[in-house]
Design a protein around this ligand. Structure first.
Ligand code: NDP
Ligand code: 8X3
Length: 250
């Protein structure tokens, strides 16, 4: 199959890590199919990369099914799926946690990832070899006060990645979890619901990763020889030892 016909799908490609990953995989020769809700931004990225943007809300099963149908009719198969769409909402202790925040995180980060993977698995199975990359987090390896909904959702992503590896063993489908620490994207702005000052304070006095740093890891994992499976890759800024130990300059 010609390099230009190798299809890579990235969910949540309208900003941050997803957008950077779309650029990275396009640079590696993949035909990009991008999904997200903010269509104007998504289409701008897709146009720039000569790829295809398709509206996608991973919380909506009908939207996921339409996304998968469109990909099937246009491309027939998929070689790479990057399950990147995700978010944190809020940072309150469990006692004060918001039901809406928990539902949003679980539906997006966990149920959405399961549904997108199920919908695209038949297309991944049609490719001579395929790769599923799930965006976990250091929050899938650690916990921190106020992070209960988010850390639970990212621990679930880890469980899903490990389960998939068991279920797909023997098939030419690799499963990788990329687990970043602090990455300056729109993540904190979303978590703090548009509060720019609070979002900026998260990265104050330290150098966070960029979306491109994480995209580099994803492209590296995807471009290893086909017999090499990178199971898990944890990547953090040098200034971050754990989610709670961050060295900041005054
Ligand atoms: P951004 O907020 O910049 O990007 C999140 C992306 O997810 C956007 O493109 C957004 O698109 C998309 N998204 C959110 N909800 C939905 C939905 N319902 N349907 C479809 N797309 C959706 O944050 P990041 O780039 O940082 O986050 C990307 C992933 O990386 C997430 O899974 C996050 O948990 C993970 N991560 C982030 C870290 C960080 O510190 N930034 C660290 C570790 C992991 P739109 O709003 O247009 O739908
Ligand atoms: C994002 C990293 O530390 O905010 O997944 O949970 S953290």
């Amino acid at each position: 199959m010609a390099a230009a016909e190798r299809v890579a799908v990235v969910t949540g490609a309208s900003s941050g890590i997803g957008e950077a990953t779309a650029r990275g995989l396009a640079g590696a020769g993949y035909r990009m199919v991008l999904g997200a809700r903010r269509e104007d931004r998504l289409m701008a990225v897709a146009r720039e990369l000569g790829g295809r943007g398709l509206a996608l809300d991973v919380r909506d099963l009908t939207s996921i099914q339409g996304f998968a149908r469109a990909i099937e009719s246009e491309y027939g198969q998929v070689e790479v799926l990057v399950n990147n769409a995700g978010l944190a909402a809020g940072l309150q202790p469990l006692a004060e946690g918001s039901d809406d925040d928990w539902v949003q995180m679980m539906e997006t980060n966990v149920i959405g990832l399961l549904r997108v993977t199920k919908a695209l698995l038949p297309l991944l199975r049609r490719a001579p070899r395929a790769h599923i990359v799930n965006l976990g987090s250091v929050a899938g390896f650690e916990v921190y006060p106020g992070g209960v909904g988010y850390t639970a959702s990212k621990h679930a992503v880890r469980a899903i990645s490990k389960t998939l590896r068991l279920e797909l063993v023997g098939e030419p489908i690799r499963v990788t979890e990329i687990a970043p620490g602090m990455v300056e994207t729109e993540f904190s702005l979303v978590r703090f619901k548009g509060d720019r000052e609070r979002a900026a304070a998260v990265y104050q006095g330290m150098q966070p990763l960029t979306g491109a740093d994480v995209a580099d890891c994803i492209v590296w994992a995807v471009t290893r020889p086909p017999h090499v499976n990178i199971d898990e890759l944890v990547v953090r800024p040098i200034a971050q030892a754990t989610t709670r130990d961050v060295a900041r300059k005054p």
